[in-house]
Design a protein. Sequence first.
Length: 154
Amino acid sequence: MKVTRQIIATRRTMLRAQLYFLAKKSLWMYLFAMLIIGYYMPLPGQSWWLSAALYFVCLMVIVVAPLYYLSAGTKVKSGAFNFNIEFSEENIQVFYPKSNKAETKSWDWVQTIDIINNGARITVRMPNRLVIFLDRLNSGELAFFKKMKDALHK
């Protein structure tokens, strides 16, 4: 069986991927850092944990959120994340229409496959972290990705 999808990067899809990685890894580091700062530099008249919570919220709202928003827009304008991808049991073929370049990847390129609702979240091994969200898959496509997920863990 083959599953073919066209991936078009929009600001929404880029933010979705960035927020996935933020929640998975970076959020805990930011929270821990703000707890330490709140403990050693509490706001005047406030407890250290309330200071840490305020520091954390300010960091997220004032620094991280605008940077993620701007970063997503920059990535979308580059067009590097627009491609057609075809998954088969043997390999994965990626075609970049902008540069008219094709690549063939083995399933070792895929780090994880998570089945979510009626879709799949595929995290690939790349230096700049890439996650591919495939929404609205039919039952045959979902079965294919479940099978490939099981094959990855062997």
